[in-house]
Design a protein around this ligand. Structure first.
Ligand SMILES: [Zn+2]
Length: 449
């Protein structure tokens, strides 16, 4: 018998957007404890255009080795493009496009839940809308979802609103359900534009287009420092090609101008904090500080650190609360962590939304926050018999001490486990008991088809 007195019972939470592929494949982390401790029982990965290939092999591997939560995959447009076209800024020939379509079809047959894109990132950014439409059509024919990190969440290139329009267009042209990942208004130029974004999306919904979004409840993002400051043309061909451009006097002048502008868009060099550095001295240091130490301009300092650490991460404080709130209160916006390393969202998103924004800030009631973390998400993803407490459904269940339920991870200490979840069942097996991991790996590798 299990004593659930004083605890609330909810369906296990579902996370539609993570970067946990490596964790799930690692003997040390495959229990997915960062998620279980928040009450998350199902995660998706392969987002932002970046997925393992072949999809089927990864799912089989997880099945063979065991995973602590359920996990599903998207097929990544960037991954597919990379196989066929490499990292170059070029357009596919007719044959190339057929090859890419075949890869998407194969992935959907192997169980992908849809096509993900990262149109902000290289190489996804080199694709024109028609290419994405052609591939989304294939995913649509298998009943998949179109999950997108849109081309520009800010004012880098086509801008936030045009990027939302592009996502809508892809839905309009293909009939595929569209899901905007980690919806936000990023950077000083687009702050307080959430209402315009919402109006655009809701008018598309009125037109009959199925479009939804996910969101993580933080005011800072985490991404690659390179993607944050370097223009895409300078990444054409990959890292070595980029470093060569840094050394070319003429190109360097143009780069300094554009990097300076990109730093401004992000809210200045103080708002860009290095994360996951190889050199521990730089971890937690802002670009402003680094430039001071090196006695370089901020743009030159950005190139200097990228020459040393091309895969450097960055925490970027670039959102305002008003936009966060406007998006969070929409019934078509669900919780998604975008969880990877270095940012507290991996260990805290669900506990923060439900703990902090429901109890402390009182932005919404508990039942709404839970619905947007369970049933609504399951419906968007086409998840079979999950997201509700119902006869005939899989027993993914959580028992939470709601008074104690809170996120502990912060930007200074991003790897602190959440508190307040007492029991977690994954597929009927007890994964967490009295707040402790039982050692059971009862998650399933999920397949749409
Ligand atoms: Zn993303």
């Amino acid at each position: 018998m299990l004593d659930a007195k004083g605890l609330i019972l909810a369906p296990g939470f579902i996370d539609p957007h993570t970067h946990l592929e490596r964790d799930l494949s690692d003997p040390e982390y495959r229990s997915n404890l960062a998620c279980l401790m928040q009450g998350v029982t199902t995660v998706f990965t392969g987002n932002d255009g970046n997925s393992p290939l072949p999809i089927g092999r990864k799912l089989e591997e997880w099945e063979r080795n065991g995973i602590g939560t359920n996990a599903g995959l998207f097929v990544g447009h960037g991954a597919v493009r990379r196989v066929v076209l490499g990292l170059e800024a070029k357009q596919p020939t007719v044959e190339d496009l057929e090859e890419m379509k075949a890869l998407v079809a194969k992935s959907m047959e192997e169980g992908a839940y849809g096509l993900s894109t990262g149109l902000f990132y290289a190489p996804g950014s080199y694709a024109k809308e028609e290419e994405v439409v052609a591939l989304a059509k294939v995913a649509a024919s298998y009943g998949g979802l179109y999950d997108s990190h849109i081309r520009d969440e800010s004012s880098y290139t086509i801008g936030l609103l045009a990027s939302i329009e592009e996502a809508i267009n892809i839905g309009r042209k293909t009939g595929i359900p569209v899901h905007v990942s980690h919806i936000k208004a990023l950077g000083t130029d687009v702050w307080r534009k959430s209402k315009e974004v919402i109006a655009l999306i809701e008018s598309a919904q009125n037109e009959g287009i199925n479009i939804t979004a996910n969101q993580y409840p933080y005011l800072a993002s985490k991404t690659s420092f390179r993607a944050t400051v370097i223009p895409r043309w300078a990444e054409d061909g990959g890292n070595d090609a980029m470093l060569e451009r840094f050394e070319n006097v003429e190109v360097r002048k143009r780069l300094i101008q554009e990097i300076t502008e990109n730093i401004r868009i992000r809210g200045g060099a103080e708002a860009l904090v290095f994360s996951e550095t190889e050199n521990p001295d730089y971890d937690g240091m802002s670009l402003r500080k680094f430039a001071e130490i090196r006695r370089l301009s901020q743009a030159e300092a950005a190139m200097a650190i990228l020459s040393e650490e091309p895969n450097l991460g960055v925490i970027s404080f670039n959102m305002v609360e008003e936009d966060l709130k406007n998006f969070m209160l929409k019934d078509w916006v669900v919780t998604g962590s975008d969880g990877g390393s270095g940012h507290p969202r991996k260990y805290g998103s669900f506990a923060r939304k439900i703990g902090h924004y429901t109890k402390k800030e009182k932005w919404m009631d508990l039942s709404f926050a839970i619905h947007q973390s369970t049933a609504r998400t399951a419906r968007i993803l086409g998840l079979d018999r999950r997201g509700l407490i119902k006869e005939g459904y899989f027993a993914d269940l959580v028992l939470i001490d709601i008074e104690r339920y809170t996120d502990k991870a912060t930007f200074d200490a991003p790897y602190e486990l959440a508190e307040g979840v007492e029991y977690v069942f994954v597929n009927g097996q007890l994964a967490l008991e009295d707040g402790e991991f039982t050692g059971k790996l009862s998650g399933k590798a999920l397949r749409l088809n």
